[in-house]
Design a protein around this ligand. Structure first.
Ligand code: IMP
Ligand code: MG
Length: 176
């Protein structure tokens, strides 16, 4: 597959994304009720979503970044999750909120939840994804919070890439 910017169709424009992100942040503000949270942003895809989301959180927040990869340059997942950099501080006793761009097969989400539960005795663990491609699920896992459900199309923009490109777009689009 080859994706060109001029062939992209907008799925969620900037306004729609930002409106929904504020709604999500409000849900999270209600959940944590002022308790401190450590946000774990999964690089690279979730970076735009995570930075916008945390701006509307009203509790004390720390942010950590980990880097995973599963795609390479294709549009189907390799089925293996690569922990490129998963160094984290001690999260025992913390409220941990994992922020992802998209849950597709669910393998990455499962890997991360298992990793957290194996390595830390957290106070609470929640998973928040901007997008949820429920129809592509291969493992039985659902995000606790998500922005939008999408059908089985490959999307780019606002952090999501094709072969490393398009992460800088303000909108999420797909090839027509
Ligand atoms: P999963 O492990 O199959 O759930 O895939 C999760 C990862 O695959 C996400 O964190 C994304 O980085 C990537 N991914 C899945 N679907 C898409 C897509 O439509 N566009 C871009 N990246 C995607
Ligand atoms: Mg990702």
């Amino acid at each position: 597959m080859d994706i060109k910017i001029e062939n992209l169709k907008v799925l969620f424009d900037e306004n729609r994304l930002q409106t929904r992100i504020i709604e999500l942040a409000n849900e999270l503000n209600n959940l944590y009720k002022g308790e401190e949270v450590t946000v774990v942003c999964v690089l690279k895809g979730a970076v735009m979503f995570a930075v916008d989301l945390i701006k509307s959180l009203n509790m004390p927040v720390k942010i950590e970044f980990i880097r995973l990869s599963s795609y390479g340059s294709s549009v189907t997942t390799s089925g293996k999750v690569n922990a490129v950099d998963i160094r984290l501080p001690d999260l025992n006793g913390k409220n941990v909120l994992i922020i992802e761009d998209i849950v597709d097969t669910g393998l990455t989400a499962k890997f991360l939840l298992d990793f957290m539960n194996c390595n830390f005795n957290v106070k609470s663990l929640k998973f928040c994804s901007l997008l949820d491609k429920k129809v592509s699920r291969k493992v039985d896992i659902q995000p606790d919070y998500y922005g939008f459900e999408i059908d089985d199309k490959f999307v780019v923009g606002y952090g999501l890439d094709y072969d490393g490109y398009f992460r800088n777009l303000r909108y999420i689009g797909y090839k027509e």
